[in-house]
Design a protein around this ligand. Structure first.
Ligand SMILES: *Cc1c(COP(=O)(O)O)cnc(C)c1O
Length: 382
């Protein structure tokens, strides 16, 4: 079986540097909030062009810190795409706010601005108090920020970009990190920029929000260490992870190019296969290709296709099999736009293929993948 995400290859390229960085943290002894954390925040700020970067414990905490900084309160209504990872709505739900699920576009899988507009109108007419929007850069492609920002402004809503998957991408020449009031990301090992444990970060151009987020990250600290000025939490990035990320960030621009090359090879191989639609990347943006996700015409063929690929040593994954408004823990407490048919349909049809920066580990298998796709998808059942 080839790896679905190849972390070993990348490690082999920088093993000596990683060992030296980790060893330095071990001997320095500042395991939490050591100098590497500040150094990483500066490097990420330079990379993303965001004025402030605040690292934290993981991508879910990043969303929670962002929601707390924006003052999310019980019963606030927040618009969120129905087709995403559960961490996106979870953060606001921990604050007793209510997610209002919005449909996504069938081609980009990202929040559909038209559906968002309808949902806001609907929520207001039902007497709810909309407060914000969390858009997601699903599978690595930035959402429609120009349209979404205008809708946010017109309705007095704040905007968070959940870029756990999209960090490293660009939108109309602007890097992810600067497209919303606050951008959050995750350094979970399998994300485009991952560490070797849990990690996350917040990006903003607002001095005020950055100060509040820095305070929330460490128990709501004030300028006096022993006077906590608000209720916060403990969500710090540890120094070893920061040291690892500093080394990985140097490789990241090259890796993004490799991911793009693999996406193009897939596109070339599968774009004229019957029964399957390859991902659409809008021409005004780049993707960090967190996932390469096909859409099948016939939902009944997904299981067969996964098995047939597995037999040839090709792993696949389904992100995501159930839309959020149908999940057990959510269905009775969330609000949902009446038409979420695209999200519902995608959950039955999507299939993600191996995607990582080691192109040569995948290239020799693309021919076999194409053969399997053609065999399974054009097979007629009597
Ligand atoms: C991975 C992910 C998160 C959560 O990140 P963690 O670091 O695992 O907490 C949030 N949102 C999206 C869209 C993700 O893919």
């Amino acid at each position: 079986m080839i790896p679905f995400i190849d972390l070993q290859y990348q490690q082999s390229l920088i093993k000596d540097k990683l060992d030296a960085s980790i060893q330095k943290v071990l001997s320095d002894g500042a395991y939490i909030m050591g100098p590497e954390v500040k150094e990483l925040e500066e490097a990420l700020s330079k990379f993303s062009a965001a004025r402030h970067v605040v690292t934290c414990g993981n991508g879910t905490d990043a969303l929670l810190v962002a929601a707390m900084a924006l003052g999310v309160k019980p019963n606030d209504v927040i618009f969120i795409p129905a087709f995403t990872f559960p961490a996106t709505p979870e953060a606001i739900m921990l604050l007793q706010a209510v997610p209002y699920f919005v449909d996504v576009s069938p081609d980009t899988f990202n929040m559909n601005p038209t559906s968002l507009k309808e949902a806001i109108k609907d929520a207001v007419s039902c007497g709810y108090k909309p407060k914000g929007i969390i858009s997601v850069d699903l599978f690595g492609q930035p959402a429609d920020y120009d349209e979404i920002s205008v809708i946010a402004k017109e309705n007095g809503l704040w905007l968070i970009d959940d870029a756990a998957q999209g960090f490293g991408a660009n939108y109309k020449g602007r890097p992810v990190g600067t497209l919303a009031d606050i951008t959050t990301t995750s350094f979970f090992p399998a994300k485009p920029l991952g560490c070797y444990g849990d990690g996350g970060a917040l990006f903003t151009n607002s001095d005020e929000l950055a100060n509040v987020m820095r305070s929330i990250r460490v128990h709501g600290k004030g300028t006096d260490k022993y006077d906590n000025v608000r209720i916060g939490m403990n969500s710090r990035l540890d120094t070893i992870q920061a040291a690892i990320l500093l080394e990985k960030l140097k490789l990241f621009p090259q890796e993004l190019q490799q991911r793009q090359i693999l996406a193009e090879l897939y596109q070339e191989a599968f774009s004229n296969c019957d029964g399957v639609v390859t991902p659409t990347l809008s021409s005004d943006r780049t993707s960090s290709w967190a996932q390469y996700t096909l859409k099948l015409d016939d939902e009944n063929k997904r299981q067969d296709l996964m098995l047939a690929l597995k037999e040839k040593g090709i792993p696949t994954a389904v992100y995501y099999p159930t839309p959020l408004h149908h999940q057990t823990g959510y269905k009775d407490i969330c609000l949902a736009h009446q038409n979420l048919s695209v999200s519902e349909s995608l959950c039955k049809r999507v299939l993600s293929l191996p995607m990582h920066p080691h192109v040569e580990g995948v290239r020799p298998h693309i021919g076999v993948m194409k053969e399997v796709l053609q065999n399974v998808l054009t097979k007629v059942y009597f």
